[in-house]
Design a protein around this ligand. Sequence first.
Ligand code: ZN
Length: 426
Amino acid sequence: MIRFYNAKIAQFSEQKPFIVEGELWTENERIRYVGPSGKQITPSFSREIDCGGNLLLPGFKNAHAHTGMTFLRSHADELPLQHWLFDQVIPYENLLTENDIYTLVKLGILEYLSSGITSAMDMYYFAEAAAQASVDCGFRMVISCGGSPLDRAVRQYDYFKHYHPLISYRLGVHSEYTEKREDLEAMASFAKARKEPFCLHLHETEKEVLDCVSRTGMRPLELLDRAGAFSFGGTGYHLIHLNDSDYDILKNRHVYAVTCPSSNLKLSSGICPVSSLLRKEIPVAIGTDGPASNNCLDMFREMFLVSGLQRLTCGADACGAEDILTMACSTGAQAMYLDQCDDLIAGNLADIIMIDLSKPNMQPENDILRNVVFSGSKDNVCLTMIGGKILYENGSYLIHDDPDRICRDAGAIIRRMENTLAKRPG
Ligand SMILES: [Zn+2]
């Protein structure tokens, strides 16, 4: 058992997050007690941590990512989308191996841990290698199905069902536009038959929506809804270009929205109408998207951008710090269909971060939660625990691997690809 005492503890069970002062105990992978100090202490703790008045939060949930794309970080930016994708992304992705993904996901996990992210909903190649890297680091990952063929999705669905407590699997596809109509409908039917939610990139660009209308006479959300994809809910990544009937489908089918503001800005996709979604009681989570289109995996930056973009488009009272922190820590868990990770309460999983409030950028403590959202940074994360295990503390990683070697190996992967492609004619 581990005891955190002298702590400020953020909880999310009310309409708005609030702070209680006291202590939090963990036992194995779960939270056992949260409440005031002075309770008769009978357990013997393996470790007691004086939090010194610092803040405990449920870890940030990265509700949309392509973690393995770390190798393309800052590889080729400032290019038109088509040129970037077909000349600088796909040829490199074609050279990826399973071992590469194992290393590249570990690099992403190092960044997650140091920025207080305790779980990610991930979609990329070699899902089995990504899952193994997560398990080996102790990181919680939700694998988001990349799409057809259906038999591969069925195999993965069965494979990951009992793979490891840290890993779960969500059905879906990459996007409407990457699937043939019959494949999309087959994937949707399978999710419905298994009573599972359906997760995918959705209404990210105007072109995606208009192309779907000209091909099918329907917008992607309507097409998917008619195919029964959201019979048991779902999660849409990006959700920028929405009309009234789109909002109705999201609300009626209990589909979560994941906003990815850095990626939307970098790729010039538009601004997710977060305030409108929240007003219509459609829950919103936050994602970083992949390191190629962001380029970093930092929830502090995403939180600040959600706020800034809503204020720019809807006024200075849009999206307060409490709303945004709820999206990042709590709604994110729900959008990933992760049970018992959304709050610091007894019985929940012990996915916890500690924020150092003594740093100058967190002072004075006029409003601690506003400080986290509006002036916080990953430098304030002094501890990250997942499933009751401390994996990052005061700048050191406790993941049974050498972070320097992971960084070196990731660099060698992109150099190898560059050499291979340089030798190819034309
Ligand atoms: Zn994406």
